[in-house]
Design a protein around this ligand. Structure first.
Ligand code: PHE
Length: 357
């Protein structure tokens, strides 16, 4: 009898196959073990072939032995295959799991620098107990001009290069400044009134590096008993310090606005050189061009005519108002030379300035 067909040799072939299947750690390893222990050149296959060389009476006996072993081997193979497939499926479920709650990557945005700076100014005033007031951008001429003491044919109306809303005679304009919010506030609020009014304003200016037909202003108005210009100065100095650092002061120079009397141009001491470059021998300053001061806005004591138009008794109440450009504030603060950067919507600009405006 061929040694391959001896019970001992068949059992050891079976044990070797079972051990190899048990040791296979992956389906690939199991496939290799299968080739070695079930394939054409495996001991079991060779044993099966050897049956043919046996004398007739022994064939049946040997065939039975081989079949028993072959069945045990293929059952073990199948059992291990199932085990390994389950393991693989569990691993794939974990490894390839998709978290459907994760949003696809989106470009990160930022607050617009004008929004940020306008909020900062508002915060300075809210901290002093002032309120934030708003008004419409499409404004009635009465609020934008008449109530603010601009005469009907007063050249001051053209002073502000107004954009009128069609049809002609509609009485509507795109507000040329935030000062109409002064009027709206005085008409709707209880006295005393302390309001800060940030917002967009429009003028018929051609777009270039320093002019834009739309820009941002912030207005301040206080009307109370006993208000003097000293309160105006103190408030403006406080704002300057809050925005630009300790000790920065403001300067006012005579000017004319129909709605304030007296009126003044408002300058900010250069926050960079603090006026040093205006001194003889001072180092040139790129922020103020060695002026020592930067033009910031307009201000003055509320004209009694405005108080009267809003039903406020000028014998009892007085007030101050100021207004400044927010684009301008950011431009000199960050060395921005082109106002168009604020309106072109380039996200890189917004990202660079939006957080720290
Ligand atoms: N409204 C004025 C302007 O836009 C600025 C200003 C506001 C002046 C308040 C005085 C008082 O030019």
């Amino acid at each position: 009898m061929s040694d391959l067909l001896s019970p001992a040799s068949l059992e050891s072939a079976r044990d070797a196959a079972l051990a190899a299947f048990a040791a296979a750690g992956s389906l690939d390893a199991l496939a290799a073990a299968r080739t070695a222990h079930v394939g054409d050149r495996s001991l079991v296959a060779q044993a099966r072939k050897a049956i043919g060389g046996l004398p007739g009476p022994e064939k049946a006996e040997a065939g039975k032995r081989v079949n028993v072993v072959a069945q045990a081997v293929s059952a073990a193979l199948e059992a291990r295959r199932v085990e390994l497939e389950v393991e693989r499926d569990e691993r794939v479920l974990v490894e390839e799991a998709v978290d459907v709650t994760v949003l696809p990557p989106r470009p990160v945005g930022a607050r617009h620098p004008l929004t940020t700076v306008s909020d900062r100014v508002a915060d300075v005033f809210v901290a002093m107990g002032w309120e934030v007031a708003e008004g419409p951008e499409v404004e009635h001429e009465w609020f934008n001009f008449d109530a603010l003491n601009f005469g009907g044919d007063h050249p001051a109306r053209e002073m502000q290069d107004t954009l009128f809303v069609e049809p002609a005679g509609s009485g509507l304009v795109l507000r040329t400044h935030t000062s109409p919010v002064q009027v709206r506030s005085l008409l709707t609020r209880e006295l005393p009134v302390y309001v800060v009014c940030p917002g967009r304003v429009y003028r018929a200016d051609a777009l270039d590096a320093t002019h834009s037909p739309v820009f941002a202003q912030v207005e301040g108005l206080c009307v109370d008993e006993g208000i003097t210009m000293a309160h105006l100065r103190g408030t403006l100095d406080h704002l300057a310090t809050a925005m630009f650092g300790e000790g920065i002061t403001t300067r006012i120079r005579p000017n004319y606005f129909p709605f304030t009397e007296p009126s003044a141009e408002l300058d900010l001491q250069c926050f960079r050189c603090r006026g040093a470059s205006a001194e003889p021998g001072g180092e040139p300053c790129r922020v103020c061009s060695s002026e020592g001061w930067i033009e910031w806005g307009g201000c003055g004591m509320v004209n009694p005519a405005v108080l009267r138009a809003c039903g406020v008794d000028p014998e009892r109440y007085s007030g101050f108002a100021f207004g400044m450009g927010l684009d301008r504030t950011l431009m000199f603060r960050h060395g921005i030379t082109d106002i168009r950067d604020f309106y072109e919507g380039d996200q890189r600009f917004t990202l660079a300035l939006g957080q720290e405006a």
